[in-house]
Design a protein around this ligand. Structure first.
Ligand SMILES: Cc1cc2nc3c(=O)[nH]c(=O)nc-3n(C[C@H](O)[C@H](O)[C@H](O)COP(=O)(O)OP(=O)(O)OC[C@H]3O[C@@H](n4cnc5c(N)ncnc54)[C@H](O)[C@@H]3O)c2cc1C
Length: 353
């Protein structure tokens, strides 16, 4: 049994920052994530994309944000159960919770913070009979490392921002990029659509619309995709490629958390945002993309804020009656659980004449 103060479900940016904020309050955290690595959407969906709205970072790659968050919380020695999905939760007589994963690992904590984001990642897959047998053999639903496609022939399908952005990005890396979409119009940002058109005109992207990929050809690896195009003379024909990347978005699925007796609205967990992001079950909080309340914005910045307030509330639950005085880290410094100490400078405020 793994025991901790705050059990965090989801090691995305919100969960990772919660570890740091809890650490400042001397609370220990353990994180469970269904993915084999920390970082949530940042590392799973768009690791190499720059983010422009993290305060203090004019531009930061999603992957680097994850690295920084891990570095920042490391001193508070969080525990990780990675590659396992939190399946069940049981309340104990002493008020604590036991959360068991799909692999049977048990965790006990008086506070549970669900930072499950979009839930377990479920990419929308095209209806192609044999597609599953080609997964990781040329069929990928996320682009983790664009270098994988250097000098390869890539077919991307989809009509949203991801399909457009990655077609543009890979046109400089892959030997051939073909973008296939079932309509002539795209749903993505206008300047991305213009850029794709430009790249098509200069021969750097093959654009096939309106068309659909209806089959995959290959033995142990993708060799070609079968394209159906109403306006084409042959109607169905093959496009040779090394990789087929359908980018149809993710279908948000809360997964097992949906059965935990929490109040759910539109696939998200309702919380009390006026107070502390607690759910309808006392002791269970929901922070980051996974929660909903009036005016909710699914942004990393908002997850950080919610994590901070959640930790304050958890401190009050775990230390009833103890008064907490907000301390600036610039004044108090940070005592890491690993024995490290980041000193606050002696004189922090310069006198103004
Ligand atoms: C392409 C793209 C670009 C984006 N760009 C920006 C941007 O520029 N700025 C910005 O602020 N936001 C951006 N976002 C949104 C941002 O990524 C999310 O707001 C952020 O990731 C939410 O963080 P989170 O920690 O709440 O959830 P997530 O990052 O979704 O992490 C949740 C984690 O919980 C895990 N999980 C879920 N259920 C379980 C379970 N039952 N058991 C175990 N683990 C579980 C998941 O595996 C996942 O790792 C973008 C999103 C996308 C897809």
């Amino acid at each position: 049994m793994i025991k901790t103060d705050i059990l965090i479900i989801g090691a995305g940016p919100t969960g990772l920052f919660a570890v740091f904020e809890a650490g400042l309050l001397k609370l220990k955290c353990h994180l469970i994530d269904a993915l084999p690595q920390a970082g949530g959407q940042c590392s799973e969906i768009y690791p190499k994309k720059p983010i422009y709205d993290i305060p203090g970072f004019p531009e930061i790659l999603a992957d680097d944000l994850t690295k920084n968050l891990l570095e920042q919380c490391k001193q508070f020695e969080p525990g990780f159960t990675l590659g396992e999905r939190a399946e069940t939760i049981e309340k104990q007589e002493d008020g604590s919770f036991i959360v068991t994963t799909n692999k049977g690992t048990k965790h006990q904590a008086p506070i549970v913070a669900i930072a499950g984001g979009l839930g377990s990642f479920e990419p929308r897959k095209p209806l192609i009979n044999n597609i599953e047998s080609f997964e990781d053999k040329g069929v990928e639903y996320f682009i983790k490392d664009p270098e994988k496609y250097r000098n390869k022939r890539v077919v991307i399908s989809g009509g949203g921002d991801s399909a457009l952005d990655w077609s543009i990005f890979l046109s400089d890396i892959a030997s051939e990029v073909t973008l296939i979409h079932r309509r002539n119009e795209f749903r993505g940002a206008l300047d991305s659509v213009d850029k794709v058109q430009e790249l098509k005109n200069s021969g750097k992207i093959n654009l096939i619309t309106p068309a659909e990929v209806i089959g995959i050809v290959g033995e142990h690896h993708v060799k070609a995709v079968v394209v159906s195009q109403a306006e084409h003379i042959e109607k169905e024909y093959e496009v040779e490629c090394d990789h087929f990347i359908p980018l149809f978005g993710l279908s948000p699925k809360l997964g097992p958390i949906a059965n935990w007796g929490l109040e759910i609205e539109k696939n998200a967990i309702k919380v009390n945002n006026a107070l502390d992001y607690q759910t309808n079950i006392p002791g269970i909080f929901a922070i980051g993309d996974v929660n909903t309340y009036p005016g909710k914005l699914k942004l990393i910045l908002c997850g950080f804020h919610e994590a901070t307030l959640m930790c304050q509330a958890a401190y009050q639950i775990l230390n009833p009656g103890k008064k907490y005085v907000l301390k600036y880290t610039t004044v108090s410094g940070i005592d890491g659980f690993d024995g490290s100490r980041k000193e606050a400078p002696k004189a922090v405020v310069k006198a103004i004449n």
